[in-house]
Design a protein around this ligand. Structure first.
Ligand code: CU
Ligand code: CU
Length: 313
């Protein structure tokens, strides 16, 4: 389930309508987002090795939340009574009070808070409940994309993908292993080699686009510990936008470092059919799971990398 199918509604904000009369800016909207915490077993590789995970909506990463700069997000977090742990929500796109809005709720509780999306970009969200390293390592993170109000501030992407890097620890109860950085896999979107049939014949998915299309990868690093040096094997990033902010554009990059709790948007255009491999060029991380194959061919469905399909499931 992606952001479009989440329970959400939009209403016009009166203040924004007023400013439109005065200036002609895009109408700001109020977007209602509800996320339910689900403590569930999920596969952490392509052969289906299951691990007890803590998640937003039963998926790792959680659903993509998307809004436009200036919008108000009215957020509801639900922690069902069937869960065993307290949880919370920390949106990196929000300017609020860490003890109030980002505070934890117990099983059986829910909470609401709202914020305005003041800065455009690609932002992480995650659970901040103590021990935060465990809540992140067990899967409680996702992407919130804040599109720039000025649609012309970035070249239009033909397709977009969300890749969230994280570490998998063998035992989700062993917080000490997380403090020791003793991970087994570094992965994109929750599973080792999820989009890499080259290193894992059991992988069933790849990223896909047509030659000549501008592909924008929103790359987020949930960590909890490792840095990522994100590189396209057999390609060059046409643009890199640190933080996903159009004011931060860089040209012609081979690799760019995204630290834990950070994100960047990476544009790539392939002049020909074939493939790139997006890797964390810190090679121990690549070779334990952090590789995604990107295929370029003329027969790609119009659905891929668009609308509700930014996280290839
Ligand atoms: Cu949590
Ligand atoms: Cu954070």
């Amino acid at each position: 389930m992606g952001y479009l199918s989440m329970k959400f509604a939009k209403t016009l904000a009166l203040a924004a309508a007023m400013s439109t009369f005065m200036g002609g800016a895009a109408l700001a909207e109020t977007i209602e987002i509800t996320l339910t915490v689900k403590e569930v077993d999920l596969p952490i590789d392509n052969k289906g090795t299951m691990m007890p995970m803590w998640t937003y909506e039963g998926q790792v990463p959680g659903p993509v939340v998307r809004a436009t700069e200036g919008d108000t997000i009215e957020f509801t977090l639900i922690n069902p009574a069937t869960n065993k742990n307290s949880h919370s929500m920390d949106f990196h796109a929000a300017r609020v009070d860490v003890l109030d809005e980002f505070g934890s709720i117990k099983p059986g509780e829910s909470k609401k808070f709202s914020f305005t999306a003041d800065y455009p970009g690609t932002f992480l969200y995650h659970c901040g409940t103590n021990p935060m390293i465990q809540h992140v390592a067990r899967g409680m993170f996702g992407a919130i994309l804040i599109d720039p109000k000025d649609k012309d501030s970035m070249p239009k992407a033909d397709r977009e993908f969300v890749l969230v890097q994280s570490e998998i620890y063998e035992n989700g109860e062993d917080v000490k292993s997380m403090m020791n950085n003793d991970w087994k896999h570094v992965v994109f979107n929750g599973r080792a080699f999820r989009y890499d049939p080259v290193h894992d014949p059991e992988a069933t998915a790849t990223l896909e686009a047509k030659p000549g299309e501008r592909v924008r990868v929103h790359f987020l690093n949930a960590g909890p510990n490792e840095f990522a040096s994100f590189h396209p094997i057999a390609g060059i990033w046409d643009k890199v936008y640190p933080g996903g902010n159009p004011n931060n554009a860089m040209d012609g990059m081979q690799s760019f470092v995204v630290g834990p709790g950070d994100a960047a948007s990476f544009d790539i255009i392939s002049p020909k059919e074939g493939a790139n491999a997006f890797v964390n060029h810190s090679l121990k991380q690549a070779l334990t799971g952090a590789i995604a194959v990107m295929l370029y061919s003329e027969d790609v469905s119009d659905e891929v990398g668009r609308g509700d399909n930014l996280v290839v499931r």
